[in-house]
Design a protein around this ligand. Sequence first.
Ligand code: S3P
Length: 462
Amino acid sequence: MRAAAFRSGARRAGDPILSHSDHTSPLEARKSAALSGTARVPGDKSISHRALILGALAVGETRISGLLEGEDVLNTAKAMRALGAKVERTGDCAWSVHGVGVAGFAAPGAPLDFGNSGTGCRLAMGAVAGSPITAIFDGDASLRSRPMRRIVDPLEQMGARVVSCSEGGRLPLTLAGARDPLPITYRTPVPSAQIKSAVLLAGLSAPGITTVIEAEASRDHTELMLQHFGATIVTEPEGAHGRKISLTGQPELRGAPVVVPADPSSAAFPMVAALVVPGSDIVLTDVMTNPLRTGLITTLREMGGLIEESETRGDAGEPMARFRIRGSQLHGVEVPPERAPSMIDEYLVLAVAAAFAEGTTVMRGLHELRVKESDRLEATADMLRVNGVKVEIVGDDLIVEGRGHVPGGGLVATHMDHRIAMSALVMGLAANKPVTIDDTTFIATSFPDFVPMMQRLGGTFG
Ligand code: S3P
């Protein structure tokens, strides 16, 4: 199958909510010659969602360049439009948002469909919780299976109300925003930027100080962007690895330009592909290097990965750099649990690197992987097992026995999860026998150009 066929299977934003079996599009990745060339992966997904949401809550215009035009983000754009903001595409990955001001959302006329995206849905819940409107939140079968109580619990403490929801607090969920939101101090039960961001976004409309305390620091894009838009937000250290974040409520958020750097979570796929395909030498440009997102790069370097960083520069508080990555002989390492928040979306592709390494890699403290787009702990183990790699789950730890090569030949179930699909295809580029995935459809949520870009670097798909 070629890239054209890959594209034809993709679900478009705005299509009705589909079950996994509606149309699938399998693809095989084959052992490839050395990868080479320069690429820029699409814009960061976390920052893209936030630029649209903060733009919608600000007064005046927010011009965004480099926005990720993947389905997840396009769904957020549609939701912001439905809530009253003017959101327009002005060019290639260039968007303009005219916001309604803090607490200024209008009640949407139809359910808000966030497709596959936990981030879009959960951050929008926070923003809606601070407006005196009612909205229905919905998504695809994957998103409908994910926990939402962790978000609505603090939002209810702030005065929002769940009018109705599915069993276990899941989507579809109707949320009534608070008329007079209360500022709270909230300790997140798990390190999660989504929970933290939902509370901070609701806190924008509350008088006084809203505080979030996290035991382990999670990505801080919401804090950085709120500051960039004129809010007062103070971050202090908390314990060994945590943070205390205090936001002064009811700021006048002003629209501001946002340049979205390339997504390190997407760069992770060509990066690992170049490390495991012998003789490869590639360059990835403009990759965001916010230290709360670079746990994978730290780990791959510890494994012996040849990854050189240059031209580091910053924009609106988010640094970025150019990376040269070369084929490397990797060895197994132990990844400490406190590193998990800085690489939470990268364990699948790290497990692929670990399978090609010599020796055992132990990844500790991965309980949060169970509630992502799929149960990623089980799915990662299955992906490796069906391709002849020895792997074990012990409690919340994943243990991969690397043997320097991967037999391959397996069919990988992607479970509506873009990152399983891309990780398995990366494995196929270096495995002895081809690796097939059951469905490419969900790659379009975060990295629509993944297969053509990997082909340009020399990857073989068939
Ligand atoms: C994200 C936070 C993470 C991550 C997700 C994006 C964000 O989720 O897995 O892909 O943009 O805030 P959690 O906050 O639930 O860990």
